[in-house]
Design a protein around this ligand. Structure first.
Ligand code: FAD
Ligand code: NAD
Length: 480
């Protein structure tokens, strides 16, 4: 064991939460180390966490490739563009995704260098007294001590006892981002964000996709009107979504390329089986707290294995903080970004804060789904008086010119104060448009504020402008 290395801040985990915390702390003049255990596909250390290696970025790369292919084969014709014998080279698509991952994981290493953050490549375990023992990939051990320690260990896929991952036939996101060919039949357990996004990728490329969701409702977190339209559109796209489907057993049969997965499930129609070539299990993620804490650190885990923290991400143990997917709150990269920055600033004695009420949610399907703030069903349950204004993309010149008229914008405002309480969107590029709602809500703006702000014409943002005007029944481009 080498001599103990001293730092102002030691961060465990270089995912979105951890690398933001490390870089911000370094910017604020602290001596920072950041430990990460992950290896890339090439077996070399890869910073950036789930998000950059096997999450947000690679999934969006495949979503984009498959969207281009789908447009080429389904919508270019209406523009007068005809193509014969369009083909998808899956190996090339996956190689492009891998190159993007390498570019961005390498980018974090460069940012660490530029900001003088010292990376340690290996597994870190917190000991009592803010000491971290790091088992490095070369087998050596190093001990770091931080005046402050920020735990940003992230999350892992939840495995179902009756559908164990084998990396080949039954996979999680990691496997489903790396299929070498389009599976003829793909089943997904879980109609959540990963199921819908990765299900869409392989459906667009020609797979027959069946999604088995245990709950009776589709997308219960989204506004009910958005969920209803999404269900209709995904059905049109050919995604077969079975609600209230409870899987009891899976079995891999056959040999070599002929292997199949037989899934036994029950729904309101009784017991059924489904046979597919690949099964993606996407039933949520759990905090990666295994092996992270030695005896006696004082850091508490809750019943879900998450590290217990207060509103400021402090664990209650002097100088120990935790952020990102390994603590409460939505498992989103940008939530981790904000917590990382907030904690670094709190350590530096600055005011650091994350507003959970204005975190945007996006699902990168086609049409895209995005929202910020409360849904109608939440406001009803809370007894908050509200009014709404909606506007369809079918009446937005830009959306029609793009041949993407599906969807709408809905603004929800307080019935008495007019303050914007939520923005709900389904349609083209709404992953970008949702920030108009985030900004309005962050500045306590009203529907009237949104309605009086000049929006470029023609632009997709006009849907939000007219929806805001519709709150007061004064939309120009539709009957109120
Ligand atoms: P992670 O990104 O999980 O990073 C934690 C890091 O810590 C990992 O590199 C891990 O190896 C390392 N680590 C853990 N324990 C130790 C230890 N003891 N010692 C050393 N290193 C350790 N979110 C979005 O906002 N938008 C999206 O579009 C989106 N798409 C997604 C798509 C998929 C397929 C998946 C799986 C997730 C997606 N997410 C998305 C979620 C997002 O990836 C996570 O919310 C985000 O990565 C969490 O960041 P984090 O820093 O908390 O943890
Ligand atoms: P999720 O929580 O979004 O969805 C899991 C789904 O699986 C739920 O609908 C749940 O009811 C269902 N389910 C659970 N157990 C089941 C069972 N036994 N049988 C059938 N269905 C079952 O989780 P996910 O899709 O795995 O994604 C994990 C995390 O990654 C999420 O927290 C999400 O926020 C994040 N993520 C975000 C994005 C994005 O922001 N665009 C994309 C992908 C992932």
């Amino acid at each position: 064991m080498s001599e103990q290395q001293q730092y102002d801040v030691v961060v465990i985990g270089a995912g979105p939460a951890g690398y933001h915390a490390a870089i911000r702390a370094a910017q604020l003049g602290m001596k920072v180390a950041c430990i990460d255990a992950a290896l890339g596909k090439d077996g070399k250390p890869a910073l950036g966490g789930t998000c950059l290696r096997v999450g947000c970025i690679p999934s969006k790369a495949l979503l984009d490739s498959s969207h281009q292919y789908h447009n080429l084969t389904h919508s270019f014709e209406q523009h007068g563009i005809s193509v014969k014998d369009a083909k998808m080279d899956v190996a090339k698509m996956v190689a492009r995704k891998d190159a993007i991952v390498k570019q961005f994981t390498g980018g974090i290493a460069m940012l660490f260098k530029a900001n003088k953050v010292t990376p340690y490549y290996g597994f870190g375990q917190l000991q009592p007294g803010n000491v971290i023992k790091v088992k490095q990939h070369d087998g050596s051990e190093v001990e770091l001590k931080g005046a402050n320690v920020i735990i940003a260990a992230g999350s892992d896929s939840i495995e179902l006892p009756f559908a164990r991952f084998d990396g080949e036939n039954i996979v999680d996101n990691v496997g489903a981002l790396d299929f070498t060919e389009v599976p003829k039949r793909l089943a997904v357990i879980g109609a959540g964000v990963i199921g819908l996004e990765l299900g869409s990728v392989w459906k667009r490329l020609g797979a027959e996709v069946t999604i088995l969701e245990a709950l009776p409702d589709f997308l219960p977190a989204a506004d009910a009107e958005v969920g209803k339209l999404a269900a209709r559109e995904f059905k049109k796209e050919g995604l077969n979504i079975l609600l209230g489907a409870k899987v009891g057993k899976t079995e891999v049969s056959g040999k070599g390329k002929k292997q199949e997965v037989v899934i036994s499930y029950s729904d309101k129609h009784g017991e059924k089986t489904l046979t597919v070539d690949k099964l993606l299990v996407a039933v949520g993620r759990r905090a990666a707290s295994k092996g992270l804490l030695a005896e006696g650190t004082g850091v508490q885990l809750n019943e879900r294995g998450q590290i217990v923290v207060d509103d400021h991400c402090h664990t209650g143990v002097d100088g120990v903080w935790a952020i990102g997917d390994c603590v409460r709150g939505p498992m989103l990269a940008h939530k981790g970004f904000e917590e990382g920055i907030a904690v670094a600033e709190l350590i530096a004695g600055l005011p650091g804060h994350v507003n959970f009420d204005t975190i945007p949610y996006v699902i990168y399907t086609a049409p895209e789904i995005a929202w910020v703030g409360k849904t109608e069903q939440q406001l009803k349950a809370e007894g908050v008086p509200y009014k709404t204004g909606s506007f369809p993309f079918a009446a937005v010149g830009r959306a029609v010119a793009m041949a993407e008229p599906t969807g709408f914008a809905k603004v929800i405002a307080h019935a008495e104060t007019d303050r914007v309480l939520g923005l709900h969107l389904i349609g083209p590029n709404v992953s970008e448009l949702v920030h108009e709602g985030v900004l309005t809500m962050e500045f306590n703006g009203s529907a009237d504020d949104l309605a009086r702000i000049c929006h470029a014409h023609p632009s997709l943002s006009e849907a939000i402008h007219d929806a805001a005007m519709a709150v007061d029944k004064r939309a120009i481009h539709k009957a109120n």
